[in-house]
Design a protein around this ligand. Sequence first.
Ligand code: DX5
Ligand code: ZN
Length: 214
Amino acid sequence: MKRDVQIIPSLLSMDLSCMRVSLKSIPAEVKMLHLDVMDGAFVENITFGPVFLENLRPLTRKKIDAHLMVANPDKYAPLFVKAGADLVSFHPETSSNPVSLLKRIRAMGSKAGLAVNPDVNEKTILKYLNNADYVLLMSVFPGFAGQSFIKSVLSKLKRLKALQKNYDFKIEIDGGINEKTGRMAIEAGAEWIVSGSYLFKGKNMKNKIEGMVK
Ligand code: DX5
Ligand code: ZN
């Protein structure tokens, strides 16, 4: 795998009817799994709660990256850390005090991330970057798997990349990632690549990952 590039399967597209078996089919080189938490308020859809994560946690040694698409992350982020999330990101416009929430997540022992919707300018997160471990750039509007990659996000990615000179954070990208868009995102400087429907469709996840990072 290219240095510093991680491919992160999004569990929203995994077959959850037999989670143990599905998890075994994820290749060993995958070190992180993405968990999309949707509350039916910040986004239309409803997905996983802390109880789901508590059940998932003992089934895998891979890191769990919880992406909170919720209206009240101040309340829920700590619950996801307690349930076993190694990384927790939230959309700062949903928090009453993003800096204090980032600090709280870190103080509880997890990495803290800022999630940025396609129509949110990266300048709005500058004031939080000193307290964040990563930025999750959305390349679709959050809510559903299987949407098309919004190419204009690549210029935002490049602008964000330039900020890594002054701040210490990783860049994660999420939404509409397949071999082609994954390679474009890696080329533009993304380090963590989330992919759901593309990776879980069919059986050759290992080949798909290799195709993205080669
Ligand atoms: C979208 C979620 C994504 C989603 C990605 O709201 O945040 O993580 O699972 O799925 P694909 O890769 O199918 O766009
Ligand atoms: Zn996500």
